[in-house]
Design a protein around this ligand. Structure first.
Ligand code: SAH
Ligand code: SF4
Ligand code: F3S
Length: 434
């Protein structure tokens, strides 16, 4: 018997791409592929790409250039591009890089098996449709293998918000929610395989409306025995309903962590971004969330140097960050994306944007440290995900999503350990088991 064909997948971008890569590997698994950790040993290389910022998209072309010579060593090697760059620039990828055999978008990868077969006849395959059918019901059945204790689960995809800077509504398409019954079945299935924590994914996860609300779905998931923790990301401030806030109080399995991007603290900029909320409405929302769940750790996303952003606008962002006090925050320099409305507006000079980014990041870093320091001395629970580097050490996540190293641990992977935090380190916490 010939040895199985090998698949190497490289994933860029967001958590949904991580989930999609897993599903694509399973889809090709049904065609006899096993995954490999090196591009050199692969019969199929798949880049699952991100289009969110210019740098992310450019990386794909340079990576393809690096991979191309591998085809001389292995004439049977096929190279594919998936994800959001594939969706946005499918034809251009084919034109710019003749070594690419296959291009598949985020909504059509259930057809990957048939596409792969076509490449084996020497043809090139491109599919960036937004098909009528639901890809999830056409994908290969998930393998029965044991899994890591934390898993992603896509429940909602696409975006109808059209923020003026963002490509996601174009690359992922309109908002679609998966039926709740399917999500619950997939979650039960994951739990049978050892999963203890699921993170529900959606571009606007709290806009979920698959015959129930996200809050109702979370409560239904809470009924699954063996599922210990539930998270969800990414939420939009305008879809943060009272029932979801209440779920943070009433559903013990829902973790006290919320990623709630605001992008800017200036109403003038928020309006130009087409965010349809104000800084004030965001701050009042945070107030309501904290009134319900005072210990919640908040995270956010920020864009600096958006077209026409003045020093005063930027100062308003710093003020908002100061007022909220984030446990984590992700800040990005505005990146002009072709085809988005903001690309047409007067741009901020790169050096000005760079300087603002540095100032914002310094503030965020101080806040993150403060939140981490505030954990020292506290008793937390940690889902153990893997062994640590030192003997007797294990690594997991606290309910607040901090990485925690437990020293002299007795807890095994997949167990929830009760710990006391003894020290805050740069990117993690150190703890003792109690
Ligand atoms: N659906 C989510 C995440 C979208 S992408 C949301 O609504 O927040 C993740 C983050 O990338 C965004 O929150 C935004 O901060 C950033 N981003 C999106 N487009 C960008 C652009 N053109 N330039 C810089 N950052 C961008
Ligand atoms: Fe992009 Fe805005 Fe949609 Fe988020 S809400 S995916 S930032 S358009
Ligand atoms: Fe990137 Fe697409 Fe996710 S553009 S952030 S991979 S939805």
């Amino acid at each position: 018997m010939s040895s199985p064909k090998k698949l190497f997948i490289k994933t860029y971008g967001c958590q949904m791409n991580v989930y999609d890569s897993e599903r694509m590997a399973e889809e090709l698994g049904a065609q006899g592929y096993v995954t490999t950790d090196t591009a050199e040993s692969a019969d199929m290389i798949l880049l699952n790409t991100c289009h969110i910022r210019e740098k992310a998209a450019e990386k794909v072309y340079s990576e393809l250039g690096r991979l191309k010579p591998l085809k001389e060593l292995n004439p049977d090697l096929k190279i594919g591009v998936a994800g959001c760059v594939a969706q946005a620039e499918g034809e251009e990828i084919m034109r710019r890089q003749p070594a690419v055999d296959l291009v598949v978008g985020p909504q059509s990868y259930h057809r990957l098996g048939a596409m792969e077969a076509r490449t084996r006849t020497g043809a090139r395959a491109l599919d960036t449709d937004f098909p009528e059918e639901d890809k999830f019901s056409h994908l290969a059945a998930r393998p029965k293998a044991r899994r890591a204790p934390a898993a992603f689960l896509t429940v909602q995809e696409g975006c109808d918000k059209f923020c003026a800077f963002c490509v996601v509504p174009y690359t992922r398409g309109a908002e679609v929610s998966r039926p709740a019954a399917r999500v619950l079945t997939e979650a039960r299935d994951l739990v049978e395989r050892g999963v203890r924590e699921v993170t529900l994914l959606g571009q606007n996860v709290n806009a979920y409306h698959g015959d129930m609300t996200l809050a109702e779905l979370i409560r239904a998931l809470g009924q699954i025995d063996g599922l210990e923790r539930i998270r969800y990301t990414t939420s939009h401030p305008n879809d943060m309903g009272d029932d979801l806030i209440a779920a943070h109080v009433e559903e013990p399995k829902l973790m006290p962590y919320l990623h709630l991007p605001v992008q800017s603290g200036s109403d003038r900029i928020l309006k130009r971004m087409n965010r349809s909320h104000t800084a004030e409405s965001y701050l009042r929302l945070i107030e309501r969330i904290r009134a319900a769940r005072p210990d919640i750790v908040l995270s956010g996303d920020f864009i600096v140097g958006f077209p026409e952003e003045t020093e005063a606008d930027f100062q308003a962002t710093l003020d908002l960050v100061q007022e909220v006090g984030y446990g984590y925050a992700y800040s990005f320099k505005y990146s002009t994306r072709p085809g988005t409305p903001a690309a047409e507006r007067p741009q901020v000079a790169a050096d000005v944007a760079d300087a603002r980014l540095q100032r914002l990041q310094a503030l965020i870093t101080r806040q993150q440290r403060a939140v981490q320091e505030s954990m020292v001395g506290r008793e937390l629970s940690v889902l153990v995900e893997k062994p640590g580097r030192e003997a007797g050490q294990v690594i997991g996540k606290s309910e607040y999503l901090h990485a925690v190293h437990i020293v002299d641990a007795t807890a095994q992977v997949g167990e929830i350990a009760h710990v006391r935090i003894v020290k805050a380190m740069t990117n993690s916490l150190r703890a003792e088991q109690i």
